[in-house]
Design a binder for this molecule. Structure first.
Ligand code: GLU
Length: 320
């Protein structure tokens, strides 16, 4: 599959400042950056800083410093989701107006007690639709229950089908994977799915490269885009993540793999880029590389189709 009219694409780097960037995050950003530079896409930077209380005050600047340290660059100023509340609210109003969104006062416990099926191993519970069609307005929901209401969007039972340039054809049935999902939280903040869709459309983003843990999110985002009539869907490249030797997604339990940690230790960016390049399928073993060599030699078709593993050999390449 070739991407359409590649010269006009706009992509974005979208870190969530909820913690420090680690090698796994860096590898996904690098794939995005290399594809964009090779294909002459425009690269935007968006800070996805809505997820309070998980957002850390230092993490946005640190993400920027870490990426710049690796020579990952962008062609815009840094947009912040925390500045865009009004746009998200307008989108919500549209979905309320069309009756696609409804107020929900369920707590996590209510949903579990309703016998909702826990989904896969990632603790997502399929919402059983308890509040669907129950309240005429958010005020009614809050007055009758004494609880703050969130907003959910209705999903269809027909699957969302899309072709991902890396993951291939995807067919995701939202009624089975998550059910009606939250788009505005009860503290009055937009949820991730709605914010991303509104921002991508606003900024003209039409090429999205990210970890394949977000494949199901792509289906949710396509659903929202269609309801909001936001025009053609972006093209997607969802790539496998980096895991530890135990097969679990890279995290603290695998040691300190934060970029800031290696920076402090004096590890050179060439070494980090070399490991990330190796994880992109370049070479039989890691060796130091700089960004211009990566841009020249990266080949998406050589990117491993399975998760890559951070193990002791990787750590000793970086630190020995
Ligand atoms: N902010 C998200 C993350 O760091 C990425 C969202 C996206 O690319 O749509 O996982």
């Amino acid at each position: 599959m070739t991407d359409s009219d590649a010269s006009t694409h706009i992509t974005r780097l979208a870190p969530s400042p909820t913690g420090a960037l680690h090698l796994g995050n860096a590898r996904t950003f690098l794939v995005n950056y290399l594809l964009a530079r090779q294909r002459h896409w425009r690269i935007l930077m968006r800070m996805e800083d809505l997820d309070s209380p998980r957002v850390k005050p230092w993490a946005a600047q640190q993400a920027i410093d870490d990426l710049q340290w690796l020579s990952i660059a962008w062609d815009s100023t840094v947009a912040k989701q925390s500045d865009r509340g009004e746009a998200y609210r307008c989108a919500l109003d549209e979905l309320i107006e069309s009756s696609d969104a409804y107020p929900c006062v369920c707590s996590r416990k209510d949903i579990q007690q309703a016998g909702a099926a826990p989904h896969r191993d990632d603790h997502i519970t399929v919402y059983p639709g308890s509040c669907r069609g129950k309240y005429a307005s958010v005020r009614e929901a809050e007055q009758l229950t004494g609880r703050p209401a969130a907003w959910r969007v209705r999903v269809d039972s027909a699957p969302i089908v899309f072709d991902d340039h890396f993951a291939g054809r995807c067919e995701i049935n939202l009624a089975e994977t998550c059910g009606d999902f939250v788009i505005f939280r009860n503290e009055g903040l937009a949820g991730y799915q709605l914010a991303v869709v509104v921002d991508d459309a606003h900024e003209g983003v039409d090429a999205i490269v990210r970890g394949d843990d977000l494949l199901e999110s792509a289906a949710r985002q396509i659903h929202l885009r269609r309801l909001l009539a936001l025009g053609p869907e972006p093209e997607y490249w969802h790539v496998p993540l980096v895991t530890g030797a135990d097969g679990r997604r890279l995290a603290k339990r695998h040691g300190d793999t934060r970029l800031s940690h290696y920076r402090q230790m004096g590890v050179s960016p060439r070494r980090i880029l070399g490991l990330l390049g190796f994880w992109c399928g370049l070479g039989d073993e890691p060796r130091e590389m700089d960004m211009s060599e990566l841009i020249e030699t990266f080949d998406l078709s050589g990117l491993p189709g399975a998760p890559v593993i951070f193990d002791d050999a990787c750590e000793s390449f970086l630190t020995s």
